[in-house]
Ligand binder design. Structure first.
Ligand SMILES: [Zn+2]
Length: 311
């Protein structure tokens, strides 16, 4: 009996996840298990007819501990397994309340609300998309990036298409996103930082104190993600200020719910200042790739925590 995984679309290494290498040792189907059996017993159950599933998307479990896998898409249907928090499952079919999933060879139904389903549209990602740039991780010496025009600014050319798609999809959903700033050269970052320092100095702060305060709002040169071309400052025409009020807009809500599917994460979250050393910036979105963005969304980790590089 073979269970054929056909991965319709995926990212990175998973693109070639087809055929027998992913075939589990025991083929199990939820439908053939007696309703009283728990997952442990299920492993020794007689395999049923060999099903072949075509997976339409990847999903991560976002339930706090785990999500029940049920034989049928109904709350009173037998529980045949569990999908632990953060684990990946293949989506066979997504309905409304229930999604038909495949997890380690076990097919069954999980409540859609427990899943973070990834868009099957491929998004580029790699080591480059997880670059950490912050006060203690400066841009590497001689860092360069190929740029492409986007939204009146410039971004790393590898993410231009996905930026286009994110803004277009938002528009289709009735949300207008407006780019304020993306790539910045070192020179430009230096100017912005100096300007912020001068503003504090003019308020009466000493220069070193002014620099410290300025750095919580505008990064020092070579410590800004904007120099990578992977960070976007986004507002909306009805609210163009880059302040925490942006978090109350429809545009932020859309980004908060959907940006992970385009590989973007809210980089400086509301309660993350002790880790990021940067104030809450609901307008600053950082491309990290879909997998990382989805995992950070589920875990609530910021990039430093996700990479295990929090100071
Ligand atoms: Zn920014």
């Amino acid at each position: 009996c073979t269970l054929v995984f056909i991965f319709a679309a995926a990212c990175g290494d998973d693109v070639s996840r087809t055929g027998t290498e992913a075939t589990p040792a025991v083929t199990r189907t939820a439908a053939v298990l007696p309703s009283t059996e728990r997952p442990v017993e299920a492993a020794s159950a007689k395999p049923g007819p060999s099903p072949s599933y075509e997976l339409t998307a990847r999903a991560f479990c976002k339930a706090e501990v785990s999500a029940d896998i049920r034989a049928e898409g109904a709350a009173d249907s037998a529980v045949v397994g569990a999908l632990p928090s953060g684990e990946e499952a293949g989506v066979i079919e997504r309905g409304g309340k229930w999604a038909h999933i495949l997890y380690k060879g076990l097919a069954g139904y999980v409540e859609s609300g427990s899943l973070l389903i990834l868009s099957p549209v491929p998004v580029p990602e790699g080591d480059w998309s997880l670059i950490l740039v912050n006060p203690s991780h400066k841009l590497p010496e001689g860092f360069t990036v190929e740029l492409a025009d986007f939204g009146g600014g410039q971004v790393d050319e590898r993410i231009r298409d996905v930026c286009d798609r994110m803004f277009a999809d938002a528009k289709k959903a009735g949300v207008s996103l407006k780019l304020v700033d993306a790539y910045r050269s070192e020179k430009r970052q230096n100017e912005l930082f100096r300007r912020k320092v001068d503003a504090y100095v003019s308020k009466g702060y000493g220069r070193s104190e002014a620099e410290k305060l300025a750095a919580t709002i505008t990064a020092r040169p070579n410590t800004s993600e904007h120099q990578t071309g992977l960070a976007l400052d986004i507002v909306t025409p009805s609210y163009t200020k880059m302040n925490k009020g942006f978090a109350e807009t429809k545009a932020f809500k859309w980004l908060d719910e959907n940006a992970y599917n385009y590989g973007f994460t809210l980089r400086y979250g509301r309660d993350k200042t002790p880790v990021t050393k940067v104030i809450f910036e609901p307008w600053h979105w950082r491309f990290v790739g879909v997998e990382a963005a989805a995992r950070m969304k589920i875990s609530g980790q910021c990039l430093e925590e996700y990479l295990g590089k929090a100071d």
